[in-house]
Design a protein around this ligand. Structure first.
Ligand code: HEC
Length: 148
């Protein structure tokens, strides 16, 4: 049944919305400190990525693809190694939390059930080897997403 048809039947629409909210709450429980992540986003990322990760111009819209990077080889690493993440003046644990929060809030519907949130150790390891050809690597990851 289409979403519009479900929504015509009021109660099902409400149930769908309640289900999505419960799902997001469940995913958010994997973020250690939601408030800190939201504040760090405002302070360190929002200037370019805009509220809700919408992006503009050359800054990508995180809502359309962030979760999909986790579905292709190399994408998990890329989300940490991309300069905006890797060079942020944030400790590894705070960056891990911020990325997990962003994944849940911008593209929670793209996350596989049972996905592994980033840990401080993984983030620390990945950000110590910066990307040299960001644009090329990003393009090849996006191309792989399209093949799926
Ligand atoms: C100066 C502007 C700027 C800031 C500040 C910035 N970013 Fe970005 N971000 C970009 C651009 C541009 C890209 C596209 C890849 C590239 O060219 O670096 C990007 C890509 C990304 C991506 C990969 C998504 C994709 O589709 O390529 C993630 C994840 C990301 N940024 C997270 C962050 C986080 C987290 C912060 C804050 C800690 C942040 N960014 C701060 C400009 C910025």
């Amino acid at each position: 049944m289409s979403v519009a048809r479900r929504c015509l039947l009021g109660i099902f629409c409400w149930l769908t919305a309640a289900g999505a909210a419960a799902q997001e709450e469940n995913l958010l429980s994997q973020v250690v400190d939601v408030e800190r992540a939201a504040i760090n986003y405002m302070l360190h990322c929002q200037g370019c990525h805009l509220p809700h990760g919408a992006g503009a111009g050359t800054v990508p819209d995180l809502r359309s693809t962030m979760g999909k990077f986790l579905q292709v080889p190399g994408g998990r690493e890329f989300l940490v190694q991309v300069p905006g993440s890797a060079n942020a003046a944030l400790a590894d644990g705070a960056l891990a939390d911020l990325l997990n929060w962003l994944l849940v809030t911008t593209s929670g519907d793209q996350l596989a059930a049972g996905w592994n949130p980033y840990t401080a150790g993984e983030v620390g390891r990945l950000r110590s080897s910066p990307l040299l050809k960001v644009t090329e690597i990003r393009a090849s990851l996006i191309a792989r997403m399209a093949l799926r």
